[in-house]
Write a protein that binds this ligand. Structure first.
Ligand code: DHB
Length: 392
């Protein structure tokens, strides 16, 4: 089988790339290890920044997001038992964020691609890439117990941190940056009514907590935990006690409780590879970088990668231009490092490091005080959070 662009991975990056290419008349095939059902139900993050929202709308996949997603104009930073609002829209000339689960975006993209006749091979494990330095690279994959090959002009490696794409770049040709953190996030979904109209990011002596939402009936919450914790070893009572303690305020905040329908522990790391391209292989999304979740940037960054890649491939197919393809890695990496910086900064401001006698904690409180009292500092947070500053 042949195609123009072979895409390894059918998460948000791979699907969005396939969609953008299709709109430019460029054919692609997606090879994805997971089942369609798993992709459409897997619980992931849920904040879409303005750029992502605009792109989904402009390319015709924003209808359900507009109906079911919740538009937010601010976030709250909470510390010392008090909440402080960061008015994102006021500080950014009207930019907003939309709360809409990543798997919902994936569901919308899969539906749109399949309706347009796309080939997505689900439950097909990519086992390797061949000839990526040539003009006809090949994706090798296993599907239904048989080996297959997909020959294409370009390969987009959208197969996440553990995929085959990144290791296909010879080790001596790539540099990897990896930061681990001494904590993880305990994430839950609970059947409860919302406790707040906007997201709450809180620093408490016991650690970070985040109150987010999915709908009027289902709430998403996280709290800092030991990265080696087993989610099942925490009882529901313990989880609520931890969340209640960390979100308490002096003026009596009520955190609504309800049955916990999902719980998991995610590790925390920052990772980046340079370059993001080798031969005719282009990496995008988690295959190339992981940011800490505190800035809510993971999927948004992936969408920006593939938007850059789709433009570059379009210039190549339409006009034979190679400049945008040649620039792909540098263009993306500039943005990746800005996003790493913001995500790292939010993480270091809002988590307990438990590694000193309170010096760090006092610095964090001073930082939070500054960010919530200086308009300049609040604007800096806001323009990063809504994603205004990544393509300047
Ligand atoms: C959510 C996840 C994040 O990482 C974040 O910073 C904010 C919200 C969420 O899943 O809703």
């Amino acid at each position: 089988m042949d195609t123009q662009v072979g895409i390894v991975g059918g998460g948000p990056a791979g699907l969005m790339l396939s969609h953008l290419l299709h709109l430019q008349g460029i054919e692609s095939v997606i090879v994805e290890a997971r089942s369609r059902e798993r992709l459409e139900t897997e619980v992931r993050a849920g904040v879409l920044e303005q750029n992502t929202v605009d792109l989904l709308r402009e390319t015709g996949v924003g209808d359900r997001m507009d109906r079911e997603g919740a538009v937010h104009h601010g976030i709250e930073l909470r510390f010392d038992g008090q909440g402080h609002r960061i008015p994102l829209s006021d500080l950014t000339g009207g930019c907003e964020i939309v709360l809409y689960g990543q798997h919902e975006v994936v569901k919308d993209l899969i539906g749109t691609r399949l309706d347009a006749g796309a080939r997505i091979v689900f439950e097909a494990e990519a086992v390797g890439l061949r000839d990526i330095e040539s003009r006809k690279p090949t994706i090798r994959y296993r599907h239904d117990g048989e080996d297959h090959e997909l020959r294409c002009d370009f390969v987009a490696g959208c197969d996440g941190y553990h995929g085959v794409s990144r290791p296909s770049i010879p080790a001596e040709e790539r540099t990897e940056y990896d930061q681990k953190y001494p904590f993880g996030w305990f994430g839950i979904l609970a059947e409860a009514s919302p406790s707040s109209d906007e997201l709450i990011y809180t620093l408490h002596e016991r650690g970070f907590a985040l109150i987010s939402t999915r709908s009027a009936k289902v709430q998403r919450m996280y709290f800092q935990c030991d990265p080696n914790d087993d989610a099942e070893s925490w009882s529901d009572e313990q989880i609520w006690e931890e969340l209640q303690t960390r979100t308490e305020t002096h003026d009596g905040f009520t955190l609504n409780e309800g049955p916990i329908i999902e719980k998991s522990v995610v590790g925390m790391r920052s990772f980046a590879v340079e370059p993001m391209q080798y031969g005719r292989l282009y990496l995008a999304g988690d295959a190339a970088h992981i940011v800490t979740p505190t800035g809510a940037k993971g999927m948004n960054l992936a969408v920006r990668d593939v938007s850059t890649l789709a433009q570059a491939l379009t210039a190549w197919y339409e006009k034979g231009q190679t400049k945008l393809l040649d620039d792909y890695s540098n263009t993306c990496l500039k943005r990746v490092w800005k996003t790493q910086r913001f995500s790292w900064w939010m993480t270091s401001m809002l988590h307990s490091f438990h590694d000193d006698e309170g010096f760090q904690h006092n610095l964090q409180l001073a930082e939070l005080d500054y960010v919530t009292s200086s308009q300049a500092a609040a604007t800096s947070l806001a323009e990063n959070y809504v994603g205004m500053v990544f393509d300047e």
